[in-house]
Write a protein that binds this ligand. Structure first.
Ligand code: AHN
Ligand code: ZN
Length: 324
């Protein structure tokens, strides 16, 4: 009889012990973030570079626009092209086009991701003044941000996030007046984002926040906390930099103040009222803040590093898939 009760007790206890494992776990399951393919992003950068310099009113520019639209559509985005004209500092009227790819169009909460897709017509920071009138190839300055976002787009199409996402490729960012220009340099950059911020592709368009990627492909890049970003969107800087640190990317995302950089996010903040941050390679402690190949003839594929693309891409995906 004693043995029978002991057996019964043993069966009872073992069934009790199993129970918690079978029902609700006390730890909530973590959000699954899709894998970012740095190889794919790298290819998307090489594809853009292969067109040649993407200067408004050139054939390479027109052909690259078709490519960008096709890639966004292939990822499953609803694509909107926004052509515009803008007068450059030198009086030239540029024919530009902003390209917008939207995911989860029905979602009311939206995140804006952006980069510029044009390239600079002059290598005005090249050590050799003879190269001044050679266009920048723009592997890093232009193609890198777009390449990372095309891979983000591909992942968004494979697995839908809880929020809506709009990816904007701004044109005519890099047509700004060179330092030698005698006139007022202010507002000569970022012509596409100035246009879009005054005339969004949907009237009254709003997003919860925005993230700009600019020059995100160089080996060993440092992304300091850019100061216009901190001024308009401190919470978002904290969100992005802490996501990067959680993923182990603190060597790239430095928790210290960077420069105050006139870039597309200035106008998205100031004119469109969307709190936005800039992930941009700029080291305030170095002599050449934007890196040694910035606005030179050496901004080429040899200076694009998959590790940097991966750090930035996984950080952006982590931020998006953690939003609800
Ligand atoms: C200025 O040099 C004023 N802004 C940098 C914006 C930029 C140019 N990003 C890429 N190229
Ligand atoms: Zn540039």
């Amino acid at each position: 009889m004693k043995i029978f009760y002991l057996l019964l007790l043993a069966v009872f206890m073992s069934s009790c012990q199993q129970k918690p494992a079978q029902t609700a776990s006390p730890v909530p399951s973590a959000v699954v973030i899709p894998d970012f393919s740095a190889d794919s992003a790298y290819t998307f950068i090489a594809d853009q570079v292969a067109f040649g310099p993407r200067i408004p009113d050139t054939d390479a520019h027109r052909r690259c626009a078709v490519y960008l639209v096709n890639r966004l559509q292939a990822a499953g985005a609803t694509v909107h092209e926004q052509p515009f004209q803008a007068r450059a500092f030198n009086g030239k009227v540029l024919n530009g086009v902003n390209i917008i790819g939207s995911f989860n169009t029905a979602a009311s909460k939206r995140i804006l991701l952006f980069a510029h897709w044009d390239t600079r017509p002059w290598s005005d920071h090249d050590p050799d003044p003879a190269n001044y009138n050679t266009p920048v190839t723009g592997a890093n300055d232009g193609a890198s941000g777009v390449g990372v976002l095309l891979e983000v787009a591909r992942q968004l199409g494979l697995k839908s996030p809880q929020v809506g996402v709009d990816i904007v490729f701004f044109d005519a960012e890099d047509y700004g007046a060179p330092e030698s220009w005698q006139g007022n340099q202010q507002h000569t950059w970022c012509l596409g984002s100035q246009h879009w911020s005054r005339n969004p592709h949907q009237p009254g368009y709003k997003a919860s926040f925005g993230i700009l990627l600019d020059m995100v492909g160089a080996p060993g890049a440092s992304f300091y906390r850019e100061q216009i970003s901190e001024h308009f969107a401190m919470d978002i800087v904290n969100k992005v930099w802490s996501a990067a640190h959680r993923l182990g990317h603190q060597r790239y995302f430095i928790n210290a103040p960077g420069g105050s950089i006139t870039d597309d996010h200035l106008y998205v903040n100031q004119l469109a009222g969307i709190p936005s941050v800039n992930i941009i390679q700029y080291d305030p402690n170095s002599e050449k803040g934007f890196g040694e190949y910035w606005h030179t003839i050496n901004d080429t594929m040899e200076n694009i590093d998959r590790n940097t693309l991966h750090a930035v891409g996984t950080t952006v995906l982590s931020v998006i898939y953690n939003e609800s």
